[in-house]
Design a protein around this ligand. Structure first.
Ligand SMILES: Cc1ncc(COP(=O)(O)O)c(C=O)c1O
Length: 428
């Protein structure tokens, strides 16, 4: 069922609202048409030159989009316009219904962008929150098991342990062989999951793209396998995927997909998304409830039943999708593939560097691990930040790698400069 929104007629009916409604919708339309003008030129521009669309400090080499993204300037402007509009009459926007239609427009736009129905999409805060809802709200108990590999992020793992202790279900983690990642085949990845699933496994959690190696898990094949083995609920972690690569949730086979679009879709920080397949919604109990439970009964909005919330941030989803569609999803993915290939070539041709992620683009993405042999990754990261303002995430342990995550506007020159410093100052 589609989320109920306040119909335009009803919205226009009240006296104060009736007077204000027209101008409000006009101003939103104005913000949208300004954005449309600003981004119309993007499809004809080269992606490599689009750093001018962002506020990133040019003194910084930003190779850490996987930790947190940066919002394009045209989207920032739209966000600022929504923030200012809200402050003119906060009641009207927060509670007066003036943003009901724009909110549902944003939901429809994002849903179309990621291949699901707007009746399956929740606006929440981030991936961690999505998984907390699942761990607290799925019908699980004694004898049930939740399974995931050691690649799973803590934000998609800890909540299962926490709620499992209270509710009686168990959590099992199987070891992902990090050393095999570089040459891992799709078949081997499926084999690892097939071997790990047991009759008591009721929930399988899959990192669509994990945050250390950037291994892109093939969701349709994994879901098929898991269903054949009797797994009831499949939840994927899409924190790294949405906005980085095209996603089609209807075809993915998953029941739940938790997202942190502040990373790659570049929406305001603290704005998240959760996909709940239509036929799974009745199985899930909301974790946070207030007046919306009766008003939104039977719709996906019962899972976003907050009180006051940052509606200007939510409206900005529309602008972010417009921006990324103007850039072009396929074009962006192709540019990211080129940068991935470029980094792999640099790693392969440099003594002292070792590529640790998959060499198959279909199992990889714009997040990869490169080891500086014989050096501690945390020390490399400190040196590169303190001396050269270069930002990336370091992972220790067996991986001991730099995690590099460029975006489509990162230039080859920046990457080459970065590795040149690593060669001369770190490898020596
Ligand atoms: C794969 C993955 N899952 C989950 C998270 C947690 O994201 P958030 O803090 O936005 O909930 C991250 C954050 O880096 C991540 O990379």
């Amino acid at each position: 069922m589609n989320p109920p929104s306040l119909p335009r007629r009803e919205f226009l009916k009240g006296s104060a609202l009736g007077v204000l409604a027209g101008p409000v919708l006009e101003r939103i339309a104005g913000t949208r048409s300004r954005l449309a003008e600003e981004i119309a030129v993007l499809q004809d521009r080269s992606l490599a030159g689009m750093a001018d669309q962002y506020s990133l400090d040019p003194k910084i080499t930003y190779l850490n989009h996987a930790s947190i993204g940066t919002i394009p300037i045209p989207v920032q402007r739209a966000h600022e316009a929504f923030l200012s509009l809200c402050e003119e009459n906060p009641w009207l926007y927060m509670w007066g219904g003036a943003w009901e239609e724009p909110r549902e427009d944003a939901r429809r736009k994002v849903a179309a962008h990621i291949g699901c129905s707007s009746s399956e999409l929740v606006f929440n805060h981030n991936t961690t929150e999505g998984f907390n809802l699942l761990a607290s709200g799925l019908p699980l108990g004694e004898g049930d098991e939740v399974l995931f590999s050691s690649l799973n992020h803590i934000g998609a793992s800890e909540c299962w342990r926490h709620h499992g202790q209270r509710r009686g279900f168990s959590v099992r983690v199987f070891d992902f062989p990090m050393g095999e990642a570089e040459k891992m085949s799709r078949e081997r990845l499926l084999e690892l999951h097939a071997a790990a699933i047991r009759p008591e496994t009721r929930v399988l959690v899959i990192p669509h793209i994990d945050n250390t190696l950037g291994l892109r898990h093939p969701l349709p094949e994994l879901c098929k396998l898991a269903r054949e083995k009797g797994v009831e609920y499949i939840a994927a972690d899409g924190a790294q995927t949405i906005g980085m690569l095209p996603v089609n949730l209807a075809e993915s086979g998953v029941d739940f997909y938790c997202m942190s679009p502040h990373k790659w879709l570049q929406v305001p920080k603290g704005s998240g998304l959760l996909y709940i397949r239509e036929n799974r919604q009745a199985d899930l109990r909301p974790w946070q409830v207030t007046w919306g439970q009766s008003r939104w009964k039977g719709s996906v909005r019962v899972f976003e039943d907050y009180g006051t919330r940052a509606l200007p941030d939510l409206l900005t989803f529309s602008a972010a999708v417009d921006f990324h569609e103007a850039v072009g999803q396929e074009r962006k993915a192709e540019r990211l593939r080129k940068l991935w290939q470029h980094c792999m070539q640099v790693a392969d041709s440099t003594d002292g560097l070792r590529w640790r992620s998959s060499r198959d683009w279909d199992l990889s993405c714009s997040l990869y691990a490169i080891e500086v042999e014989g050096k501690r990754s945390s020390e490399v990261a400190n040196h590169m930040w303190e001396k050269h303002a270069a930002v990336f995430r370091a992972f220790g342990g067996d991986l001991n790698s730099m995690r590099i995550s460029p975006n489509f506007y990162t230039s080859e020159a920046e990457i080459d400069h970065f590795f040149e410093i690593i060669k001369t100052e770190i490898i020596g």
